[in-house]
Design a protein around this ligand. Structure first.
Ligand code: FE2
Length: 307
């Protein structure tokens, strides 16, 4: 097993300025992690000026990550009428929990429970304030860390598709939660494999393909709702029976898993990944998916272009 990374990344946005914080913050300077401020210190104005121009990601030592989550919980949810501010707070919380889920080998039950309520917040803001949704999508598009962003993007696209399919509010919340944790099985894979910029052997592909089944088992252990477990297990099944882990065909795949599959592939195609091809435009992505004949539910796929 590789050694656990000693830092976890977070958006710079999530770190308030001119306030003492109970955890240290690092940045990467010339490829090296450099301490920006120690626990209990403030940033200087000079330092901030340099940062705002050049850096969008900071690093928190793994052992301080729970202090960081506690801080976000206490300070991130203040009621505000400012869409940018609300999007910023929700982004910081969603990012922290999805990132935590991705990097930690032991996913804690309360983290998954918290992601469920954040999925509910996500659905609520898409109804109450489209401006916040737009801000969130922008933030997730801009940010450089792929896997944590991908989970939230999947949830946002799935909510948009679910709305077009006239899902109830409670169905949308369940769908959003399912998409946020559909790839939780990645937390059980060696990190080096997830971010590998090179060829994978057949046995490594087998390990990666195991993330849907293993994720479902983990969610079962964490007492997630049945349909959320089903989506994790089935989000790589394909309508023509050529997916995994079971090769299920169209009618046997849960409708939420069909939506999650489309949101998953669509976001993967249009995003800059840590490996592989450069991103496609939304139009190119839709054409590519339509060209994969029989893989996706055609009725839902036609909706992604207008979602
Ligand atoms: Fe997946």
């Amino acid at each position: 097993m590789p050694t656990e990374p000693s830092f976890l990344s977070a958006p710079l946005d999530a770190i308030p300025k001119n306030i003492d914080l109970p955890f240290p913050v690092y940045v990467t300077v010339a490829g090296k992690k450099t301490c920006l401020r120690n626990a209990g210190e403030k940033l200087t104005n000079d330092r901030l000026k340099t940062l705002e121009k050049k850096i969008d990601t900071v690093f928190i030592p793994s052992e301080s990550w729970n202090l960081f989550l506690d801080y976000l919980e206490k300070n991130g949810e203040s009621e505000t009428n400012n869409p940018t501010q609300t999007a910023k707070s929700l982004h910081a919380l969603l990012f922290a929990y999805t990132k935590h889920m991705e990097r930690m080998r032991e996913v804690q039950r309360n983290n998954v429970t918290r992601l469920r309520t954040l999925a509910y917040d996500l659905v609520n803001v898409t109804f109450e304030n489209p401006q916040i949704t737009a801000e969130l999508l922008k933030r997730y598009k801009d940010h450089s860390v792929y896997f944590a962003n991908h989970s939230v993007n999947m949830a946002l696209y799935a909510i948009a598709l679910g709305k077009k399919l006239k899902f109830t509010n409670s169905e949308l919340k369940s769908l959003a939660f399912a998409c946020l944790v559909a790839n939780i099985g990645n937390a059980l894979l060696p990190e080096e494999l997830l971010y590998r910029n090179g060829k994978l052997t057949e046995s490594e592909w087998k390990l990666i393909r195991g993330h849907s089944h293993q994720g479902a088992e983990l969610l079962e252990y964490l007492d997630a709702p049945e349909e959320v477990i089903t989506v994790a297990r089935q989000h790589h099944e394909r309508m023509d029976g050529q997916g995994y882990p079971f090769g299920l065909k169209g009618k046997d795949i849960h409708p939420f898993a069909k939506i999650c599959a489309i949101a998953d592939v669509y976001d993967a195609l249009i995003s800059q990944k840590p490996y592989g091809e450069p991103p496609l435009t939304p139009e190119q992505a839709i054409l590519t998916m339509q060209g994969m004949h029989g893989k996706f539910d055609p009725d839902i796929l036609t909706m992604i272009g207008t979602a």
